[in-house]
Design a protein around this ligand. Structure first.
Ligand SMILES: [Zn+2]
Length: 266
């Protein structure tokens, strides 16, 4: 399955009907879908408006748990020009058991820790809602560090016997200090050395709600508001936060919907 599905609508002037020729008929759960149609002024996914650039670029996620079909509606001057259905292809997610984590990291009970986690989560939640006008997401993504894939997208983790939320990224195990590169052009919207769960953490904004997150870093080498170019060094692999060994957790999302990073670099 091609990771980055580039779509280009063609307009049929004679019939005034937008033909969604290049839109995929099928998409794997966890796909990032990028489209372009300069002839419309509104585009909806399942009835919800997507951000449309002045050149007609748009992007959306096929979430981990999306089922059956989604519909993409193209609108011009209030008139529906096309409704395209995409059939969702399910992924076969792994179940991963990790035992022997310090109990405090799995079920934090201490009030101070709970307060800290809530406060950190609220900051991250706000950052996820940001939506830059830039369209850096149109460029091809790269894998941000080299190493061994030690955790895949969508797997359900069972930590010390307790089912946790599914894994929202790709884990790349590498030696402590291995450089981490920006997976695409972007603006740094979050850079912290010590978050409770994710340790040294960076979030890059690639526009239209598309963001990448880098976690457990031993070093964070950028600051909020920095503009980074794909391949720039942004930090180093580490094992900070809730981690069992040096690795990069790399996540890619569109607002709150995470996609499978592995599909972006195949
Ligand atoms: Zn991870």
């Amino acid at each position: 399955m091609k990771s980055l599905i580039r779509i280009c609508f063609l307009i049929c002037i004679t019939t005034n009907v937008v033909l969604a020729k290049e839109l995929p008929k099928n998409a794997l759960q966890g796909s990032l879908i990028i489209g372009q149609n300069s002839h419309i002024d509104e585009i909806l996914m399942n009835g919800k408006p997507l951000k449309l650039s002045k050149d007609g670029d748009f992007v959306f996620a096929i979430g981990r748990d999306y089922k059956e079909t989604i519909s993409i509606t193209s609108i011009k001057s209030g008139e529906i020009l096309d409704i395209h259905q995409i059939k969702i292809i399910p992924q076969d997610y792994e179940i991963q058991r990790i035992d022997g984590l310090p109990e405090q990291m799995v079920t934090p009970l201490d009030d101070e820790i709970i307060k800290r986690i809530i406060s950190e989560n609220n900051i991250i939640k706000e950052k996820k809602l940001l939506s830059l006008d830039e369209t850096f997401f149109k460029n091809e993504f790269i894998q941000p560090t080299s190493g061994v894939i030690s955790g895949v997208f969508g797997s359900q983790r069972i930590l010390n016997g307790k089912a946790k939320s599914p894994h929202r990224g790709l884990d790349i195990a590498a030696d402590e200090g291995t450089p981490i590169y920006a997976c695409n052009d972007g603006i740094v919207i979050h850079a912290e050395n010590d978050l409770y769960y994710t340790g040294g953490t960076i979030i890059l904004d690639h526009g239209h709600g598309v963001k990448s997150i880098y976690a457990h870093m031993s070093e964070v080498k950028v600051n909020v508001d920095d503009k980074v170019t794909k391949n720039d060094v942004i930090g180093s692999v580490g094992s900070t936060g809730r981690s069992t060994g040096p690795h990069l957790h790399w996540g890619v999302m569109v607002f709150n919907e995470y996609v499978d990073p592995a599909l972006l670099i195949k």
